[in-house]
Design a protein. Structure first.
Length: 407
């Protein structure tokens, strides 16, 4: 039987069509990555060990900015879709290094495309994982404290309950009456804040920001994570930045604030701490504290002077805690923004968004139904983060994974 020219060409195409299409994705600052190029160590060794393999390169800007990774994910999605159309009978794989792994997962949002890609192999990928911060801790608690102190700032009548002629406090009941009025205003302000649902809008904004950062759940694709032991990028950069960013939030917890308040109150009451200079930041409260201190000194009886010392110590501690919380809030916004942007390139839409979302990195994607993890003591270079794709044991494992078929 004599084959026509068309039949012969079709037969040649069938013979030469690859059985395994492997897309290689480089990481950050690696636009010219050599490991994804022809004749690199990883490509040559895989070509020898995996029959019918063919490689496709995916290059992106390599920028640290998260928006660039999201843009690259859209381009990678288009490339994978086209490769699936061009080679419908082949097995499709992705091997990605560093943030290239995040790009690969973002690219596979569509479950139908996930079903066409058998496996994603991530090499030293710091998987992005956003966490909710408690709005009660971060916003509602400090806001309540500010509202609690606001009435004492707005009502300088504390100064007027002092007899201007004698310089002595009129009476303790007048002080208590003024405090009661301030508390009524405080609860009115708190009710107004809750009534108009401002915190609810903050919560909605938080959920919208989370959805943009969260890696898509991989239901149909196996994600294999290969990691270098002592990867300096993870252990130094990400771990250190997260620790620094999270420190202010540890002190913003209600229990921590209460402990600091009790410590400052007792220190002021016993004379160990002098908080009068701090209280002078609020003139109305400072006048109350000054008069209460003077009245406590005038009292011959320690017992009679104690209520005035308690008043002075209490309000001195309140003003100190207010300054303490405001400083922590500002520090938290600053450090959290730095921890997001410098190592991860994730810039916040607003400082408030950076405040109520904590972004961490993990060794494996948190959401996924088929996730595998292996770590290696890589010896392919000085920098462990980049040594993994030059390690022959890792490359040998890659060859095994490319030929492994899920049951």
């Amino acid at each position: 039987m004599i084959m026509s020219i068309t039949d012969r060409r079709f037969a040649e195409q069938v013979v030469t069509r690859p059985a395994n299409i492997v897309t290689l994705v480089h990481g950050t600052f690696a636009q010219g990555a050599r490991w994804i190029m022809p004749h690199s160590l990883v490509r040559d060794m895989l070509a020898l060990r995996v029959p019918g393999i063919d490689f496709r390169e995916f290059r992106w800007s390599g920028s640290i900015r998260h928006v660039e990774r999201q843009r690259a994910a859209l381009e990678l999605e288009k490339q994978l879709r086209q490769q699936v159309l061009d080679y419908p009978d082949a097995e499709h794989f992705v091997i990605a290094h560093s943030h290239g792994g995040n790009i690969s997962l973002y690219a596979l949002r569509d479950p139908e495309l996930q079903a066409k890609v058998r496996r994603i192999i991530c090499l030293n990928t710091p998987f992005i994982f956003p966490l909710r911060r408690s709005i009660s801790t971060v916003i509602r608690g400090p806001l309540t404290l500010v509202l609690a102190v606001a009435p004492f700032i707005a009502f300088p009548f504390f100064r007027f309950v002092i007899d201007s002629e004698s310089g002595r406090a009129a009476s303790l009941p007048f002080l208590l009456l003024g405090t009661a009025g301030a508390l009524i205003l405080f609860f009115s302000l708190l009710w107004t804040t809750e009534k108009f649902g401002w915190l609810g809008r903050v919560e909605q904004a938080r959920e919208a920001a989370l959805s943009k950062l969260t890696l898509p759940r991989q239901k149909n694709t196996t994600v294999t994570c290969l990691w270098s032991a002592s990867d300096e990028v993870y252990e130094i950069v990400y771990a250190l930045s997260d620790m620094l960013a999270n420190f202010p939030y540890m002190l913003l917890r209600p229990l921590s604030i209460f402990v600091v308040f009790i410590a400052t109150f007792l220190g002021s009451l016993t004379g160990i701490l002098n908080l009068f200079s701090v209280s002078e930041m609020l003139p109305a409260v400072g006048a109350l504290i000054r008069d209460a201190q003077e009245e406590a000194v005038r009292q011959q009886n320690v017992i009679l002077g104690l209520p005035f010392r308690i008043i002075a110590s209490f309000f001195s501690s309140v003003v100190f805690i207010l300054a303490f919380v405001v400083a922590l809030e500002l520090l938290a916004v600053f450090l959290n923004g730095i921890a997001r942007f410098l190592p991860l390139g994730i810039s916040a839409v607003s400082s408030l968004e950076a405040h109520y979302i904590r972004v961490i990195v993990t060794l494996t994607p948190v959401s996924g139904e088929r996730i595998e993890f292996e770590d290696f003591d890589s010896s392919g270079g000085i920098i462990k983060h980049c040594a993994i794709y030059n390690d022959q044991r890792v490359i040998g494992r890659l060859a095994e994974l490319l030929q492994q078929r899920d049951e």
